[in-house]
Write a protein that binds this ligand. Structure first.
Ligand SMILES: Cc1cc2nc3c(=O)[nH]c(=O)nc-3n(C[C@H](O)[C@H](O)[C@H](O)COP(=O)(O)OP(=O)(O)OC[C@H]3O[C@@H](n4cnc5c(N)ncnc54)[C@H](O)[C@@H]3O)c2cc1C
Length: 409
């Protein structure tokens, strides 16, 4: 097991500086334009592909970094550049992780390259789990996948919502119910290949923030996919379902639930790191502004009322990063999340991002309220972190249940 260390090694520092350069020189200058356009920033994704940031190789390298700090470091730097554009760049990675985690080697080799496309023809992928009536309550999912024995195909029906890259993706990863009696344990994930009939984009959402990231409904009407599109394969699914039924009968449902919880605990710090990136961007901007802006004959930072806010902002950002790094290291080291440390990191970092970006707007005064200055956009963007990948309330629920062992509702 790698010891927890706060010092990045030389390789990590090099990657961090390279990512920071891309975030500063390519992402940040494009941020206001794509926020206004509310469209996927294809040229920026293509630039990221050219330099190797938009690729499975890059993502896998960070994912398998034995210190656990590769992914949080990458997320922080890219989201420091701009949250909407960064989500357009890493959104495919989130779908790819779904395939990496559950897919066979053949599925990984077939589908992940198609998710990214190539430098001259970049593609994106979408991960579709949420539904209109199943957001926090994943157990209320209704999209059904039924196996057609005769044709060896799965037939998917239902409506997904809030899908990042939904409808514009080359490959969609869709979570559906295969056994309604087993709750979330009766869910399975499917690949929907490019141009499959029956899959269409529903409403595209006009959003408060991260507007350079495409979010839409995905409608599935008698979508037929080959049996090989079930992630992990049918044999593994049948075994898993049989085991789950057996455990449920023997009263061992908790063990199954705990395995799912561990997966969430391991992925949540990455969202915490995105929030740290946005918070740090707003703090950096506000600090420089406060040193330059003069009122009453002196820089506004000369006032404790402003300087103390900046001191608090930086303290909270550093504390958030520490929680994120701790949880990321725990995940990679296989440490049990006995206090829901992954959820803690996501909860704290996302709340910090909301607070710090609001303080940055205040420090910029009237300028902070306009789209001429980036903190206005950062403040809108930060609001997403307490919502997606489990709201702050759901994180608190998970932490409280883990700490108390009680079924708190
Ligand atoms: C921009 C964006 C991108 C997204 N991308 C994706 C994606 O790519 N793929 C995907 O599958 N999903 C995605 N989501 C969906 C996201 O994960 C959900 O929005 C989120 O899980 C919350 O679900 P909901 O919106 O239905 O809110 P609800 O679950 O309806 O919650 C509404 C409010 O009630 C609170 N609440 C609910 N239950 C409880 C409870 N038991 N105790 C206390 N409070 C509670 C919530 O915390 C929240 O404040 C995205 C969402 C957005 C906005």
């Amino acid at each position: 097991m790698t010891e927890f260390a706060l010092d990045l090694n030389d390789d990590q520092k090099q990657v961090r500086d390279w990512l920071h350069g891309f975030a500063k020189d390519v992402i940040r200058p494009a941020a206001a334009e794509w926020d206004e356009r509310e469209e996927t920033p294809w040229p920026v994704i293509q630039e990221a592909a050219k330099v190797g940031i938009y690729s499975l190789d890059f993502y896998a390298q960070q994912f398998f970094d034995p210190t656990g700090l590769g992914i949080p470091m990458a997320m922080e730097e890219l989201f420091w550049g701009d949250a909407g554009i960064a989500l357009s760049i890493v959104g495919t990675g989130l779908a790819a992780v779904g395939v990496l985690a559950n897919g066979t080697e053949e599925q990984i080799g077939t589908w992940i390259p198609q998710m990214y496309g190539d430098v001259d023809d970049v593609k994106v992928a979408a991960f579709c789990s949420s539904e209109p009536d199943a957001g926090s309550d994943v157990g209320a999912m209704r999209t059904r996948a039924v196996y057609d024995e005769a044709k060896g195909e799965w037939v998917l029906n239902g409506t997904k919502t809030w899908a990042t890259n939904g409808g514009i993706a080359n490959v969609h990863v869709v979570v559906a119910v295969v056994d309604p009696d087993l709750g979330t344990k009766g869910h399975a994930s499917f690949i929907v290949p490019p141009n499959t009939p029956g899959l269409s984009q529903g409403q595209k959402f006009k959003k408060h923030g991260i507007r350079a990231s495409h979010t839409a409904e995905v409608v599935l009407e008698n979508v037929r996919v080959p049996g090989s599109c079930l992630l992990g394969g049918k044999e593994k699914l049948d075994e898993r379902l049989a085991r789950t039924r057996e455990r449920a009968r023997a009263g061992g449902g908790e063990r199954v639930k705990n395995a799912a919880m561990a997966t969430f605990e391991a992925s949540r710090p990455a969202v915490g790191a995105m929030a740290v990136g946005t918070a740090r961007a707003a703090y950096d901007y506000a600090l420089e502004y406060a040193k330059e802006r003069t009122q009453f004959g002196r820089p506004i930072i000369d006032n404790q009322g402003v300087a103390f806010q900046l001191a608090d902002m930086r303290t909270q950002i550093d504390a958030a990063r520490l929680l994120v790094w701790r949880a990321s290291w725990m995940a990679v080291s296989g440490k049990p999340f006995t206090a829901a440390e992954g959820s803690m990191s996501k909860l704290f970092a996302s709340e910090v991002a909301k607070k710090v970006t609001a303080q940055a707007v205040q420090i910029l005064g009237g300028n902070g309220f306009t789209r001429e200055y980036p903190v206005e956009r950062m403040h809108r963007d930060a609001a997403i972190y307490t919502i997606f990948e489990g709201t702050s309330e759901i994180q608190r629920l998970v932490i409280a249940r883990t700490l108390s062992g009680m079924p708190i509702r």
